[in-house]
Write a protein that binds this ligand. Structure first.
Ligand SMILES: Cc1cc2nc3c(=O)[nH]c(=O)nc-3n(C[C@H](O)[C@H](O)[C@H](O)COP(=O)(O)OP(=O)(O)OC[C@H]3O[C@@H](n4cnc5c(N)ncnc54)[C@H](O)[C@@H]3O)c2cc1C
Length: 377
């Protein structure tokens, strides 16, 4: 077996698989459900490209934010299905309508697996919303490269480790590429979500699920909900959901998320978006902003120029001090703290599988939350 990088630091960004000229690398689930590269030694010629381009081994340039904004779509309806202020959707609209370009982001695919996709104007709605799970990168970096060669403007939104992966894969600057990273406290492996959903819904109804949501500017903010089109099939508040509680309390994140080097104010992308936590705490704020406001930092010339085109009458925005965003938003400063129950969860996952492992770790806190909700009514 060949190690491309330190196993615990591997983010599963799939740069190694994408750069391998001999297609000798595939991403496979390990005993904890995490995707890791596996090298087929029969096809490997030992060129070392995978090792040299891996973002764990080869750092990506970091940019100090130049401008910080609080931003939200004025109309609640326009950001109904967005996790926060609806900025990602506005960025996609701009690249497609103003630049006649292409957006890359994450949608739900078969068996409700989140994966990266190349999207034109007909596809943008599927990208709305944060999918709190590790999305499959597949061969998407290669598709981005094709678009860049053909001189299309490309907007790529993803987690910082995936932006670093894309940049190391491309290995050169492209004036027509705009990157946007999300503030991120970590991702659970895809296997956990798939197994959780299978345990919640009778198998004959699984094929009817078209969407899974965790956040939104509607009453389902911080709920796990499953949908068939507009029809709600299942819904549980985060505090009653094993999957979401495991994610939010950092029991179930990928191992590398506990060592993440991108949880920093210096960013790998031209633009950074996240939740504006702590808005108004260091600097007074005029009026009462609505819930779920986005923070936007513009980190490069390209980011600043692109944002000039994004500004639209439907967006409300205010310039704020970057220190305010950094002091409120933990993901600008620290990576996720390992939950004390993490080791117990992993041990049980190997022994009993997802459902028993997560329920053994969380049954007391979920029961407590359920009892509290009865008394609070
Ligand atoms: C796994 C994860 C963890 C996050 N953790 C934090 C955090 O700790 N603090 C914080 O402030 N913000 C965090 N965010 C960002 C937050 O959820 C919002 O995405 C952000 O505030 C922007 O909101 P929005 O309304 O503009 O866009 P959204 O409607 O959330 O859209 C975000 C865009 O990101 C892309 N995307 C969605 N899911 C994924 C995924 N799994 N992997 C890669 N790209 C994806 C899609 O293309 C989507 O259009 C996280 C997001 C994700 C996906």
């Amino acid at each position: 077996m060949m190690n491309i990088c330190d196993y615990h630091l591997c983010t599963g960004c799939a740069t190694c698989m994408n750069v391998c000229p001999h297609k000798a690398i595939s991403m496979q689930s390990d005993k904890h459900g995490e995707l890791h590269p596996v090298v087929d030694m029969a096809n490997c010629v030992g060129c070392g490209l995978c090792i040299n381009r891996c973002p764990v081994n080869q750092d990506t340039e970091r940019l100090e934010p130049r401008k910080c904004l609080a931003v939200w779509e004025k109309s609640l309806n326009d950001r109904k299905y967005s996790a926060s202020g609806g900025v990602a959707a506005a960025l996609y609209r701009t690249v497609v309508s103003t630049y006649k370009g292409i957006g890359y982001g994450v949608e739900w695919g078969d068996e409700l697996k989140a994966h990266f996709v190349r999207a034109n104007e007909y596809h943008l709605d599927a990208l709305k919303g944060s999918k709190y799970v590790q999305a499959i990168v597949g061969n998407i970096y290669g598709q981005v490269k094709m678009d860049l060669y053909e001189k299309r403007t490309v907007l790529f939104i993803g987690l910082p480790c995936q932006i670093a992966g894309l940049k190391n894969y491309l290995h050169k600057e492209y004036a027509n590429l705009i990157t946007c990273d999300l503030l991120c406290h970590g991702v659970p492996p895809q296997d956990y979500l798939v197994k959780e959903i299978k345990s919640l819904i009778p198998s004959k109804h699984l094929k009817n699920i078209t969407n899974c949501r965790f956040r939104g500017n509607d009453k389902y903010n911080y709920w796990l909900t499953l949908w068939n089109g507009d029809k709600l099939l299942y819904g549980k508040k985060a505090v009653h959901s094993y999957y979401l509680t495991g994610f939010l309390t950092s029991i179930t994140l990928r191992e590398s998320c506990y060592h993440c080097k991108y949880s920093d104010r210096k960013r790998v992308a031209d633009i950074t978006i996240g939740d504006f936590l702590g808005l108004g705490e260091l600097q007074s704020h005029n009026g009462t902003p609505p819930q779920n406001i986005s923070v936007v930092t513009l980190n490069s010339d390209k980011g600043v120029k692109f944002w000039d085109k994004v500004k639209s009458s439907s967006l409300q925005q205010e310039e704020r001090a970057i220190d305010e965003a950094v002091s409120g938003g933990g993901s600008f400063r620290n990576c996720a703290t390992r939950n004390p129950k993490r080791e117990q969860f992993l041990y049980n996952y190997e022994k009993y599988g997802w459902k028993k492992a997560i329920r053994k770790s969380l049954w007391k806190s979920i029961l407590k939350a359920k009892i509290q909700s009865v008394f609070n009514h």
